[in-house]
Design a protein around this ligand. Structure first.
Ligand code: GDP
Ligand code: MG
Length: 369
């Protein structure tokens, strides 16, 4: 599977279009201007930058399947205990009562009521008044979930020529900066040059955190003054990427809530100044969601995808929850593809999302958990 895909020529996107925010050319030397101080995210915390895993042993982790398996371990546990208990060895008669219990247990896996209902209905349609085994259930459920989760490729959209620009957005602490380190790691492994833009200018620690990653991963970094205009940093980062003919430019942003209108408008401004440098950028606007936030992650995605024109989701911290089932409603409710999942704090703890592998990891009830 190719990791990256060339972006289709978007000739409809006229260079330089955008709102009036584009007109004020960001100036590196302009005085610190912060029109959103009332919405400032909480202040500095200690900089946490995980050490790279000295011995990653990808084989021992079982490759992609093993990684997905880890992400859905608790979901699989529910299937392998409570759901298994629903069945007798020779199979179970599918009737209304069975379907009701099945629905309740499926909801318990974090997949959400919609997908749980779809599984119940599919099972009812195919097996009502007949006996069904747990393996037949796993098969029927897999089919339903693959259909629900089907998405365009999770390959990143890449510029046809010149640097690819990726903006990374989300609420505070969702895993944006760490995900940027992971993406940088992937790009560097492919021999691509990367320029990072430290667009979280609210917190000095955020710049420090990204700077440490840049040094470790061999990326260039553009920083600004603390409290300065993040659009200026984004502009300079895109400019540097263009000047140095870098392959990729990744722009970090401060955490924000979709309800903070001025901060959401600021994302539009950042996007527009990037466009001034590279007209068809940003090529990706990745929304980083914290999988441990459960339903909250879903409501965040709802607000953000509308307000920030996101192009894809990075589902971070799936190792923390192991209830990877949450990826299902996230995929179902939004028109956004899940592109990557985060599985830890180190730069290599990332996997490109793959629906088939994910569903296989979820419903392979005989595999090791
Ligand atoms: P940001 O505020 O959105 O930039 O979030 P950070 O990238 O700084 O991450 C916040 C915290 O979550 C840090 O302690 C990270 O190490 C941690 N974190 C980020 N991604 C993951 C992940 O995939 N798994 C785990 N376990 N921790 C993560
Ligand atoms: Mg950050």
């Amino acid at each position: 599977m190719a990791l990256w895909k060339r972006k289709k020529d978007k000739s409809t996107e006229a260079p330089g279009t955008g709102d009036s925010a584009v007109q004020d050319e960001p100036n590196q030397d302009e005085p610190i201007q912060d029109d959103s101080s009332s919405d400032q995210p909480p202040g500095d915390g200690p900089v946490a930058v995980a050490e790279p895993d000295p011995d990653p042993q990808p084989e021992a982790r079982g490759g992609l399947f093993g990684r997905f398996r880890k992400a859905v371990r608790k979901t699989v546990d529910v299937l392998n205990t409570d759901v298994r208990d629903l069945f007798r060895e020779e199979g179970e008669l599918v009737d209304d009562e069975f379907l009701k219990k099945l629905f309740a247990l499926m909801v318990k896996t974090d997949m959400g009521a919609g997908p749980a209902g779809s599984i119940r209905d599919a099972v009812g349609k195919k097996y009502r008044a007949r006996k069904m085994t747990i393996h037949q259930l796993a098969e029927a459920a897999s089919e339903v979930i693959v259909e629900i989760m089907e998405q365009e490729s999770s390959d990143l959209l890449m510029a046809t020529s010149g640097p690819t620009v990726i903006m990374v957005v989300g609420v505070n602490g969702s895993g944006k900066t760490t995900s940027i380190a992971k993406l940088t790691h992937l790009f560097r492994e492919q021999g691509k040059s990367v320029v990072l833009g430290a667009g979280d200018t609210f917190r000095a620690a955020a710049v420090e955190q990204l700077t440490i990653w840049a040094d470790r991963l061999g990326a260039e970094i553009v920083t600004g003054k603390q409290g300065g205009d993040p659009a200026t940093v984004a502009y300079r980062a895109a400019d540097k990427a263009k000047e140095t003919n870098a392959d990729v430019c990744i722009v970090d942003t401060a955490g924000r809530l979709q309800t903070q209108k001025n901060l959401m408008d600021q994302l539009t401004k950042i996007r527009n100044v990037i466009k001034k440098v590279i007209p068809d950028a940003p090529h990706e606007v990745l929304l980083v969601l914290d999988a441990t936030a459960g339903q909250n992650a879903i409501s965040q995605a709802r607000g953000f995808s509308d307000a920030a024109d996101c192009t894809g989701i990075v589902l971070a911290k799936l190792d923390g929850t192991a209830k990877g089932g949450v990826a299902i409603p996230i995929r179902q409710e939004f028109g956004l593809p899940v592109k990557f999942i985060g599985l830890g704090e180190t730069p290599d703890a990332i996997a490109q999302f793959d629906v088939e592998q994910f569903v296989h990891a979820l419903f392979d009830l005989d595999g090791k958990s």
